[in-house]
Design a protein. Structure first.
Length: 304
């Protein structure tokens, strides 16, 4: 893994505050966003680096590890554990608790420390007689965008991660912002260590007239004044078809009705759905003729 100076990527110094990091990230992200730079491979690469830098520096714990261990910050806990084990091993063999951990490239140090120094660690043996620590691969994060109508039905997608295609079945009812883990599809481990995992976050774009809240759907429907007063029947759109509704006489604007089982599929519960809630908005007639206005005046006089 090549060293990337995340501070340089965001154009800030190591003394930058959390507020400075957020401000720099937003500025850089706007500048290199793919929508602003279509078909620009250089801008796309820069945009990915910016997001990676923000993910690390924007998290105080990750930033602390990065500041201390550079490109090997993901292995900080294993690194500290291995140092402690090596000190313990040296002490027990009469070599003392000698420490020589300052400076240099951490990855080069790992190689010398675990590849043939004879220090105690976990994992298999190296050719030089020492033992090598097996490092688990890095977890990867990715986003997948779907339309709300796509999320209504089970989808089969093929993703390309690290040059490999992953066939994925996405159950109906996946929610906006939901993250699922795909084991073993993250970064490659070191020294025979296991692969990391892939965490896939779903972004659901809603370009429909329905509002979604969990498994329930909501929709506003206009009802003409005459039907609202006298009663009648209307046809409304549901997410997967149409439904007829009876309007009671003297229905008021804001009246809500529930269509049971006409909402969104419940995630991983085949055949189960939420509900659809319809809100009536009474439509006031416009462009009235003189005759219509006269009739309304008569109605008003009866009411008075």
């Amino acid at each position: 893994m090549d060293y990337i100076d995340y501070y340089k990527v965001l154009g800030i110094t190591k003394s930058a505050s959390e507020k400075d990091i957020k401000k720099a990230y937003r500025k850089m992200a706007r500048k290199y966003h793919p929508d602003v730079n279509p078909n620009d491979a250089t801008a796309e690469k820069k945009f990915k680096e910016i997001n990676e830098a923000n993910e690390v520096l924007g998290d105080p714990e990750k930033r602390k590890k990065y500041d201390q261990y550079g490109k090997d910050w993901m292995h900080a806990e294993q690194f500290e554990k291995a140092k402690a084990q090596q000190r313990s091993s040296r002490g027990s063999t009469g070599q003392g608790a000698r420490q020589d951990f300052g400076g240099g490239d951490f990855s080069d140090f790992f190689e010398s420390m675990f590849g043939g120094s004879g220090g105690f660690s976990q994992g298999g043996y190296s050719a030089g007689g020492g033992r090598q620590t097996r490092f688990r691969g890095q977890d990867l994060n990715a986003e997948l965008r779907l339309n709300l109508r796509d999320a209504y039905k089970t989808q089969k997608q093929t993703l390309t991660v690290n040059g490999k295609n992953i066939r994925l079945t996405i159950p109906a009812g996946i929610e906006n912002g939901q993250t699922i883990k795909i084991p073993g599809h993250g970064g490659v481990g070191r020294n025979g260590g296991p692969k990391g995992d892939l965490y896939l976050k779903f972004i659901i774009d809603n370009n429909t007239s329905f509002k979604r809240d969990g498994n329930n759907l909501y929709k506003d429907v206009e009802v003409d004044l005459y039907t609202a007063i006298l009663g009648g029947e209307i046809t409304v759109d549901t997410f997967d078809g149409k439904a007829k509704l009876k309007i009671k006489p003297e229905t008021q604007t804001g009246t809500k009705v529930k269509l049971k089982g006409k909402g969104f599929p419940i995630y991983k519960k085949e055949g189960q759905y939420g509900d659809l809630y319809i809100t009536y908005n009474i439509q006031t007639p416009t462009n009235l003729s003189d005759k219509e206005k006269e009739l309304f005046k008569q109605l008003a006089s009866f009411k008075n």
